[in-house]
Design a binder for this molecule. Structure first.
Ligand code: ADP
Ligand code: ZN
Length: 752
């Protein structure tokens, strides 16, 4: 891995190390090999093309299907100080021209657009005289008709590629099915050697399937433990969404509905409220989720049955993108299967068979007695080799022993036969358990020999047994009506020649507690975390961006665990890069230091990974670091003189070194106040600094006809630096004098 990519990961993104595959992918792109990267949601795909984009001299074009996704990316990049823009037909003419101008001047590193925009004549013209180094195709599965989100415009990208022979092509997707992967490779003519497939296991997701009994009560009970946390509840119908969100609201939950029946304004408003943490829970149909990048979704609850494993995987994938623990609860009922079957039956015949296969795979997942990750990953062609994942209901529950239920199975088969093979599971079980229902009496099924002989199992256990018999192909269930019929294989069991064994479900309320315990055992100060969240929310609202654009929950949690109290320590926190430190550091430091002062909490230092990098070695803890940190904390020069017993020029030297090599000092007038020059002369000096730069004092001394003493120059240079600490983006347009910040990303990217 080239040192430069790692430096950018550290200084711009604020992360210590690459995730698996990221560095190999980046190397491959930098070697200008076309690259296909398949990684699960939250795997960190974006960085794979964003870092090369900073290194390539020319432009990186990013094609993405949804405006909301692109806007989100551009926000994220801008907040990191990376010049990025979105080209889109809804831009005003002025904005469009402005963006064009910036692209032409080489002031944009990443340009996002939808495929439709790319196809436009005027876009093609724009691009024809620009140096494009990389063409990135995000959500590349849209190219495949076999994917869940086929977009015909994506098909034409293969053609566009031919017009950009100099650009390396990067395709990214989180879709795991081999068929779609093959399609992408074929369409874009990529070879196996340039394909990177990460595991689809999401190790931070707790997976649980619960029997759906009283779903509303179960939901209320489940969400109780997610106070102030975000979650999505999926239902199958608009009506169910409306009803459930109303009930939850009545119970004091912070909730909004989302489905295709709402007006587009309502949908937009509800989605935005969710993304901005204004409401905590979204109750939604499958219509919700595409284009949602929110990283701190802590739970996904399937109130109803998803359509198939692929959509289930996609929906639970929206939880825990930040890598922190998140829980996926699935309320499973046999009644719901019938509903899904009803939908399947509405489809053309040709599609029904596949849909039924998909449904059966999902039922298999729900009924699995082994680790849930095994059937889930198996569906995507991956073998999960661990025996116990420690993070699913089956692995955490105590295994029930296998029970011989041959006799019960015989009773069930017999009862199906004696009721004429016309009824569904529920009815047959009612007969077996001796229900007094009218339906049974009217049909005189209370007179048959199997009536009331099945009290040894509970109703759910009978259902479990019935499913087992269907799975083993002893019983066939009619796809349309749900009625049960014996197959030829049933005979062996009825004759006693074949035994049936199952692990009878007895799980009361199983392991979800374990996952919550695990989550709460993350050792951080919850009070401080809430303070920092509130601080983040204020900043996010001011800037009109979602809170996670400012810092992820993961970053706030690390702050709440380590209590960084200087800019230097804050920079060691994962997710804090130089530009974010400049923009938001003071606000967060203020909260942390006042919290720690009040509660007498000391900082817990983090061994700095970034410090060991050659280019950032200057950041090691010299005197200037201690001096700079102390000043950042107290913002008082005389206190500093007392504390370190140093002369003013020496102190100023340390502070200058800290400011330029470690981190920015807080904005204040502390330096100006010590200056003894008249305001007019101060202005003259500042102008000279603006003209000659901040690197050396000698040219300033000369320019000012040796009239201003070095002490003053020291003071005013520091004043100039702290007042003018601007991000790269602002620098482009506002100042050109101050380019001396070491970790400035613009400088870094250009110097490579
Ligand atoms: P994807 O597009 O694959 O769903 P993202 O690119 O949105 O994933 O990344 C998910 C989260 O992980 C983001 O918050 C991102 O900043 C973070 N991330 C990416 N790479 C790293 C890394 N090497 N170290 C720490 N966090 C990372
Ligand atoms: Zn497991």
């Amino acid at each position: 891995m080239s040192g430069t990519a790692l430096e950018l990961l550290n200084s711009v993104f604020g992360y210590d190390a690459f995730h698996s595959h990221q560095s190999a992918i980046i190397d491959n792109i930098l070697a200008r090999n076309d690259t296909l990267a398949i990684m699960p949601t939250g795997g960190g795909k974006s960085i794979c093309y964003q870092i090369p984009a900073l290194i390539f001299p020319g432009l990186t074009l990013v094609i993405s299907p949804l405006i909301s996704l692109m806007e989100d990316q551009v926000h994220q990049l801008t907040s990191l100080g990376i010049p990025a823009a979105l080209l889109n037909s809804t831009l005003s003419s002025a904005d469009y021209q402005n963006t064009l101008g910036r692209v032409h001047n080489g002031n944009i590193k990443l340009l996002y657009m939808a495929p439709e925009t790319l196809m436009l004549e005027r876009t093609q013209q724009l691009l024809s005289n620009i140096n494009i180094d990389c063409l990135t195709i995000d959500e590349a599965h849209c190219i495949s008709e076999w994917g869940h989100d086929f977009r015909p415009e994506y098909r034409q990208l293969a053609e566009v590629r031919r017009h950009l022979p100099g650009a390396v092509c990067v395709a990214l997707t989180a879709t795991a099915t081999p068929r779609v992967q093959q399609d992408i490779k074929n369409s874009l003519q990529m070879s196996d050697s340039n394909e990177f497939i990460a595991s689809f296991n999401r190790p931070n997701l707790y997976l649980e399937v619960m029997e759906k009994k009283k779903p509303v009560a179960q939901t209320l009970q489940l969400i109780e433990k997610y106070q102030n946390q975000s979650g999505i509840i999926y239902c199958n119908s608009r009506k169910q969404v409306d009803e459930l969100s109303r009930i939850l609201a009545d119970n004091g939950c912070s909730v909004a509905p989302y489905h295709a029946g709402l007006t587009s304004e309502q949908r937009k408003a509800n989605q935005s409220a969710f993304i901005r943490d204004d409401i905590q829970i979204m109750v939604a149909t499958v219509a919700f989720g595409m284009g949602i990048n929110k990283s701190n979704v802590r739970f996904v609850l399937h109130f109803d049955m998803p359509q198939n494993i692929e959509s289930y995987y996609q929906q639970i994938g929206r939880a825990g993108r930040d890598g922190l623990p998140a829980n996926c609860h699935f309320l499973f009922s046999y009644g719901d299967i019938q509903k899904v079957k009803f939908f399947i039956n509405q489809k053309p015949d040709s599609e029904q068979r596949i849909a039924n296969q998909h449904l059966n795979a999902l039922i298999g997942y729900a009924e699995a007695e082994e680790c849930r990750r095994t059937p889930l990953l198996h569906y995507f062609g991956e073998t999960y080799s661990q025996e116990n994942c420690q993070l699913c209901d089956n692995c955490l529950s105590e295994k029930q022993p296998l029970t011989d239920v041959t006799v019960a199975a015989q009773k069930l088969l017999s009862c199906i036969y004696r009721t004429g093979q016309l009824f569904g599971i529920s009815y047959v079980i009612d007969v077996l358990r001796g229900s007094k229902s009218k339906r049974i009496q009217q049909r005189q099924h209370d007179q048959i020999p199997t009536y009331g002989i099945g009290t040894e199992l509970t109703k759910p256990q009978w259902q479990q047994l019935a499913r087992k018999l269907i799975q083993e192909n002893l019983v066939h269930q009619d796809a349309e009506y749900g009625s049960l019929k014996l197959t030829d294989h049933a005979r062996a069991v009825l004759r006693g020649a074949q035994k049936i064994q199952i692990r009878l479900t007895q799980r009361a309320e199983p392991a979800s507690k374990a996952a919550t315990d695990k989550q709460s055992s993350l050792d951080y100060n919850h009070e401080l975390f809430n303070i920092l969240r509130a601080c983040r929310k204020v900043l996010a609202d001011q800037e009109n961006v979602p809170p996670y654009i400012i810092f992820s929950d993961k970053t706030l949690i690390e702050m709440s665990a380590r209590f960084p109290q200087s800019r230097y320590s804050l920079l060691q926190i994962s997710g804090v890069g130089q530009v974010k430190l400049d923009h938001y550091g003071d606000a967060f430091l203020h909260e942390i230091t006042s919290f720690c002062d009040k509660n007498q909490i000391e900082e817990i230092t983090k061994p700095s990974v970034r410090e060991s990098l050659p280019s950032l070695r200057t950041a090691s803890r010299g005197r200037h670091v201690t001096v700079g940190e102390s000043f950042s904390k107290h913002n008082c020069l005389s206190r500093l003189q007392d504390e370190f017993n140093l002369k003013l020029p020496t102190l100023l030297g340390h502070l200058y070194k800290y400011q330029t090599e470690v981190a920015h000092l807080p904005v204040s007038d502390a330096f100006l106040r010590l200056s003894r020059l008249s305001p007019e002369r101060q202005t003259l000096v500042l102008e000279a600094i603006n003209n000659h730069g901040t690197d050396r004092l000698r040219p300033l001394f000369d320019a000012l006809q040796e009239q201003v003493p070095y002490d003053e120059l020291h003071l005013l240079r520091l004043h100039y630096l702290v007042q003018n600490r601007k991000s790269y983006v602002e620098k482009e347009t506002t100042i050109d004098g101050n380019q001396s910040t070491k970790t400035d990303i613009g400088t870094l990217a250009r110097s490579i």
